[in-house]
Ligand binder design. Structure first.
Ligand code: 16G
Ligand code: ZN
Length: 532
């Protein structure tokens, strides 16, 4: 049979359920029982994407991150370990929405023609999944597409999302000057653990860090990583029950902690104990602790970014590289105004604001030699440019102090996942920095005072009516609404607010911050009223 016949036959096993799908900021994501045809079709696109790159390896990750256990999702990983290039999201959407097998084949053949696929190298795909019960069935749908299209594939079974990104990058850079690491899960642990040990040196982290793994894939993977760390750090793993998939993300995990502004109810942490939570696929992390009078203190993505930027800035200066490394921070509109202020005024570093979604931040961060990017919700990493790697590796230190700082900087450039935000790598990064600075979580909190803020969700008739500009900070439409928001903000000290349509839910989100709790709540409510 021809490939076309095979696609038709395989597609018949995975009929389109009649829904309308869209490849969004986090790929396709919804109730798992709607996803069979979607995953099959993503398999077709992955194969095309690999052909487009002359047979380079493309990744497919089956996960729904922090969503409830009955959901699932799928996203593609580009050759350099980055998220799928935006222009291809539309092709994914087109394939997913073809109503019949024949229509699907027509869309597929048209893409084959239009995409100028060049050589006839065998396409290659690698894939993995999180711990959801539906994962293995969806893998079956994916494999049907890979078989039908004659695509070579490797099943990496259970992995965190960033581990798959790592493997894709390693696969495609092997033997080049961009070589990234050994193409195996073990290679990932070895790379992180070795870099961590080099970076902390004799500065052993003080006390334990308790890590809530959202009962997801991060649990077993963190336990594995710990084996490679040789006791250099005391990591206590909690919420790592993956045998009961119905517990995934339930009353625990980074999204629970960030949204509810509280520790998981199961937490037994005492005052000032260092805690962190991962999300369901371990690409996101937040820290927190119980402060004075049992006050919950969240150290979110903004805090991780400011901590990392401050330390990298110091290392660049101490190693004699301050002139050659342009360090910058990338945030979204959700970043607390106090964090932005701290970076520009205290650290003296530039800040860039982008639209929500990792791909936007990542892209902007690549404009710096050392680009620190984090969303407040804990997605993020630090990217080093090719020039930065060269500068770091070729620099001749002029003193023992320079040599020391340079060694740490080098180790961090290996510790930090360059492909995508990685909760396990970010965890070790924070631990290195706190150990070096000799800081407790309280010291970390004391670097600046967050402006009180409030996030509200507003249900509207048609969220597509809300058109933003200026990295989602201002509304172009509906006409007149921005002027109303501006005048509301003007009435509050340090008042700032914006409204944007959610990319993942049918709602408009309103963010507001101001000098006091009462004013922030009030401003949020008034803007929400204006929006609805
Ligand atoms: C997606 C994004 C996340 C962003 C969130 C915003 C990735 C991998 N994930 O989950 O970064 O914060 O969307 O959701 O890019 P919203 O549009 O509903 O506010
Ligand atoms: Zn995630």
């Amino acid at each position: 049979a021809t490939i076309n016949d095979k696609i038709l036959a395989a597609s018949a096993k995975h009929p389109q359920p009649g829904n309308v799908f869209q490849y969004g900021t986090a790929g396709f994501r919804m109730k798992a029982d709607l996803l069979d045809s979607v995953v099959f079709r993503v398999g077709l696109l992955a194969s095309l994407r690999s052909r487009k790159f002359g047979g380079q390896v493309i990744g497919v990750m089956i996960t729904a991150s922090h969503n409830p256990p009955e959901d699932n999702g799928v996203k593609l990983v580009d050759p350099f370990g980055e998220m799928l290039e935006s222009s291809w999201e539309a092709y994914a959407t087109r394939l997913a929405n073809a109503k019949t097998d024949k229509e699907l084949l027509a869309v597929y053949n048209k893409l084959e023609q239009d995409l100028d696929l060049g050589t006839n190298k065998t396409p290659k795909v690698i894939y993995a999944r999180d711990t959801r019960a539906s994962g293995s069935r969806l893998v079956g749908c994916l494999v049907d597409a890979l078989e039908a299209t004659g695509t070579e594939y490797t099943d990496y079974k259970l992995l965190t999302t960033p581990q798959l990104h790592y493997l894709v990058r390693c696969s495609n850079t092997k033997g080049t000057e961009y070589e990234y690491g050994d193409i195996s899960e073990k290679g990932y642990y070895e790379k992180l653990a070795n870099a961590f040990k080099l970076a902390v040196k004799h500065k052993k982290p003080q006390g334990p860090v308790t890590v809530d793994c959202a009962n997801g894939v991060g649990g077993p993977k963190l336990r594995e990583l710990i084996k490679y760390l040789d006791g250099t750090i005391d990591i206590r793993v909690v919420n790592d029950d993956v045998l009961k998939p119905e517990n995934l993300n339930v009353s625990c995990g980074a999204d629970y902690v960030k949204t509810n502004q509280r520790a998981p109810p199961s937490s037994k942490a005492g005052p000032l104990e260092r805690c962190a939570s991962l999300d369901g696929d371990a690409d996101r992390i937040v820290y927190y602790f119980n402060g004075e009078n049992d006050k919950f203190v969240l150290l979110d993505g903004d805090r991780i970014a400011t901590l990392a930027a401050s330390f990298l800035g110091e290392l660049a200066r101490q190693s004699g590289l301050a002139e050659s490394l342009k360090i910058g921070v990338v945030q979204t509109a959700y970043a607390n105004g106090a964090a932005t202020q701290y970076v520009t005024s205290n650290l003296g570093l530039p800040v860039v604001c982008t639209a929500t979604g990792v791909k936007h931040l990542h892209h902007a961060a690549l404009q710096f030699d050392v680009g620190v990017y984090f969303e407040a919700n804990g997605h993020g990493t630090v990217v080093f440019s090719h020039d930065a790697y060269k500068a770091i590796n070729n620099h001749e230190p002029q003193s023992p102090a320079q040599a020391n700082a340079l060694e740490t900087l080098k180790a961090l450039s290996d510790l930090i996942n360059q492909a995508v935000g990685d909760a396990l790598s970010d965890l070790l990064l924070v631990e290195v920095i706190l150990a070096h600075k000799g800081w407790s979580v309280k010291d970390w909190e004391d670097t600046y005072v967050d402006l009180p803020n409030r996030l509200v969700k507003v249900h509207v008739l048609l969220r597509s009516m809300f058109v933003t500009t200026d990295s989602e900070r201002r509304l172009l439409e509906p006409a007149g609404l921005q002027a109303t928001i501006d005048s509301l903000c003007g009435k509050y000290k340090a008042g700032r607010s914006f409204a944007r349509a959610s990319g993942t839910e049918d709602a408009v989100r309103v963010y507001a911050e101001a000098a006091t709790r009462g004013e922030a709540d009030d401003l949020a409510q008034k803007v929400a009223n204006a929006v609805s």
